[in-house]
Write a protein that binds this ligand. Structure first.
Ligand code: FB9
Length: 504
């Protein structure tokens, strides 16, 4: 179809160098062509400068069906007056409606009253004018507008146009069209430009003479679909990179169900500790108990809890096997750290210094609020080596947070069942412009390390934080439900920018 229209346009302009299409709308109508198709072809011919065109903006009024009826049969008010005049002594409303119709009666009577052409007299409507005394201005104005192709200029004032608009007799139409003349590269026939260089052209040599479409480097490429990393996983990837740069290797954290033995007992957390009841921990109904633990190690842990050792007096209570065997959803990835440290102590060739980290889900049966869900991702780092000190811990923590943009740190003494001394970590966040609690840390207690069989002068320093908090800060997310869970808008994940931590 467009070829036909193109041909028609180029042929029309072939009549002479100054040939012109004054208004594509009028020209299309005259040539029984669809104006949109003509506009499409003009725009396409413009690209290759076969034509040049000037856009025309025409606005005019069209008459509604009712208005055409007024032009043919007179305005509603005129018809009412005619009926009243014809009736002589006036008509009741029902009689008038019967004569001119419900709609004409309502509108006509209203305007008759306004024009003081008629009035109510009791239950009758009576004419105040004869047909000769009045002119049907509405009809005349509409007729004149129609004859002027909807251009009210010189026919009526804006007020009158507004009145006709209010009577829904006319409505404004805006039309875009073009005035078209020959373009720089005008030719009576369009030579199709090749979009691609083909093997055939190369074989035939036609590429030498074929006009090629210019490459449009501005065309927007197709949106490339594909997967998107959740913001949490982007920050995890950055943290992994940073911790591996610091010489740490990742611990295997793909098993979310642990025994109370590794999650609590091996960390010297007493079986009566409040965190160990169902209010804080998700215990597994089936399988409720773990299969086995290293028996010799189990005995040493039991011993340490009940009687102490290595300079500790222990907790002096009956250590219950079934309590230790209870399965649960791990409450911290420290449950994995304890198993890795146990392996480190019992590997062939004995203990060797090591640096481990973990970033994975942990579960706590907590009351949920804007920043807490009953699961979050814990980031944990530990260094096991000879004669490590609290200074080593502070230094390591400073190195880590410096790499994620936090340089000003404060350490506040704290308590964890499995570390002594312990410190809460506070950092001054440059974007938030305030001190924020950014983690926790400590030196694992000898009551935890000795039963594992680690050499007496081996110290293990460790620290932990969440993945959610830094991610919420990085991506300016106020409510954790906008970050994690079924309420997350996928769009937000698709549009989340790349995560890069600049080392401060
Ligand atoms: O992540 C936390 N805060 C944080 C971290 C980073 C950050 O911004 C980065 C710079 C961009 C902003 C904030 N917190 C720990 C502090 C608080 O949010 C706290 O209210 C909530 N904590 C979680 C536990 O909630 C019950 C965050 C989570 C946490 C706490 C402690 C540990 C791990 C995670 C730990 C530990 C530990 C201690 C000793 C030895 C081994 C592990």
């Amino acid at each position: 179809m467009s070829e036909v229209v193109e041909k028609a346009i180029l042929t029309h302009l072939s009549s002479g160098a100054d040939a012109k299409i004054d208004d594509t709308f009028v020209w299309a109508a005259a040539n029984k062509l669809d104006h949109n198709a003509v506009v499409g072809s003009v725009k396409s011919l413009l690209v290759d400068a076969y034509v040049s065109a000037e856009e025309l903006f025409t606005s005019f009024y069209t008459l509604s069906k009712e208005a055409q009826d007024v032009v043919e049969n007179g305005s509603q008010e005129m018809r009412v007056l005619a009926a009243l005049v014809e009736s002589g002594e006036g008509l009741s409303m029902p009689d008038l409606q019967a004569k001119v119709g419900k709609n004409v009666c309502k509108i006509g009577m209203g305007n008759c009253m306004k024009n003081k052409w008629a009035k109510k007299d009791g239950d009758k409507l009576v004419a105040l004018k004869t047909l000769e005394e009045v002119a049907d201005e509405t009809k005349d104005k509409l007729k004149a507008l129609q004859d002027a192709d909807g251009n009210p200029e010189g026919i009526m004032s804006d007020k009158e146009v507004t009145m006709l608009k209010k009577r829904k007799l006319v409505s404004l139409v805006k039309r875009n069209s073009f005035a078209v003349t020959r373009g720089e590269h005008y030719a009576p026939n369009r030579v199709k430009k090749a979009a691609d260089l083909t093997k055939e052209m190369l074989d035939s040599g036609a590429w030498k003479t074929t006009p090629f479409k210019p490459y449009n480097f501005l065309t927007v490429g197709e949106k490339v679909g594909g997967g998107y990393l959740h913001p949490l996983l982007k920050v995890r990837a950055e943290f992994r990179k940073i911790l591996m740069q610091m010489g740490f290797q990742e611990m295997p954290t793909n098993k979310w169900v642990e025994s109370s033995f590794w999650n609590f007992d091996s960390l010297f957390q007493p079986q009566s500790h409040p965190a160990r009841d169902a209010h804080d921990t998700f215990f597994i109904k089936e399988p409720a108990a773990t299969v086995s633990v290293p028996e010799d190690y189990y005995e040493r842990v039991k011993e340490m809890h009940e009687k102490g050792g290595s300079g500790s007096i222990g907790y002096r209570y009956d250590f219950k096997r079934e309590e230790a065997f209870k399965n649960l959803l791990r409450t911290h990835t420290t449950a994995v750290s304890s198993q890795m440290l146990y392996k480190l102590a019992n590997q062939p060739g004995g203990f060797k210094p090591a640096r481990y980290f973990s970033i994975d889900r942990v579960f706590r049966n907590e009351t949920m609020d804007a920043t807490h869900l009953c699961e979050f991702h814990q980031v944990e780092g530990l260094v096991a080596d000879y004669n490590l000190s609290l200074g080593d811990l502070i230094g390591t923590i400073e190195t880590f947070f410096k790499k994620i943009g936090i340089t000003q740190l404060r350490f506040k003494p704290a308590f964890n069942p499995y570390t002594e001394p312990s410190m809460e970590i506070f950092g001054y966040h440059p974007d938030l412009k305030k001190w924020t609690e950014i983690g926790n840390s400590g030196m694992f207690r000898p009551e935890m390390l000795a039963p594992m069989g680690l050499p007496e002068n081996v110290r293990v320093i460790a620290w932990g934080l969440s993945l959610e908090r830094p991610t919420m800060i990085k991506y300016r997310i106020k409510n954790i439900r906008d970050l994690f869970g079924h309420k997350v808008e996928m769009a937000r994940t698709r549009t989340a920018p790349i995560c890069r931590f600049e080392e401060a």
